[in-house]
Ligand binder design. Structure first.
Ligand SMILES: O=C(CO)[C@@H](O)[C@H](O)[C@H](O)[C@H](O)COP(=O)(O)O
Ligand SMILES: [Zn+2]
Length: 202
């Protein structure tokens, strides 16, 4: 008997909706996301920048985040200072010569300045290159926003602000919540820095 694929689709959408609702019902996480957005806006107001990193799908999320900061999100506005650490030539040089663990830490050591922010994304919260980037950022006097799917993971513990989305069995569900969080972070940054784009706000 053939599987009803529309059932597969419906089940997955329901599961995703439940995960979003679970995040919505965690007041401490809503507060953490709001604080992280405020940190980003305040850093940029003072001339700081945000650097973002992740592996695999989370690197795509880190790039998505940075391009909507430098480029645009919903409406026209000035560009914001953001850079994702996904440059292939840097990754291949540092991966080859210093080891993959160092690819993001070395980027942070080269470009990070006190007052900048690192957005470190890891669904497991255990990827060594992300943890070393967080350490390098703190050593530079940067603040670390950790976006992960595991409470008490090494990344959550190494972050100034830990945003922990509900953990599903697989990384994909965590990543779906992460992209939601990323869009909210950008919206909060815009609301604080360019409120004219949000005429509905008080
Ligand atoms: O996108 C996915 C899974 O949805 C994968 O590419 C995933 O990002 C990779 O396995 C990563 O290496 C996982 O690393 P992390 O999120 O645990 O730090
Ligand atoms: Zn987007």
């Amino acid at each position: 008997m053939k599987e009803d694929l529309t059932e597969v689709v419906a089940r997955d959408l329901s599961d995703a909706a439940s995960a979003l609702e679970a995040l919505r019902n965690r007041p401490e996480m809503l507060a953490a996301i709001a604080s992280a957005g405020r940190l980003l806006a305040e850093s940029m107001d003072k001339g700081g920048k945000v650097m973002s990193c992740g592996n695999g799908g989370s690197l795509c999320d880190a790039m998505h985040f940075a391009e909507e900061m430098t480029g645009r999100y919903r409406n026209d506005r000035r560009p914001y200072a953001a850079v994702s650490m996904g440059d292939a030539s840097h990754m291949s040089c540092v991966g080859n010569d210093y080891g993959y663990e160092q690819v993001f830490a070395r980027y942070v050591e080269g470009l990070g300045r006190p007052g900048d922010v690192l957005l470190a994304i890891s669904t497991s919260g255990t990827s060594r290159n992300i943890l070393l980037a967080a350490q390098a950022a703190r050593a530079k006097g940067m603040k670390v926003i950790g976006l992960t799917g595991r409470e008490n993971s090494p990344l959550a513990q190494a972050s100034d602000i830990a945003i922990v989305t509900p953990a599903g069995k697989y990384a994909d569900r965590v990543q779906e919540l992460h992209i939601k969080v990323i869009h909210i972070l950008i919206e909060i940054t815009e609301r604080l820095r360019d409120p004219q784009n949000y005429p509905d706000a008080e």
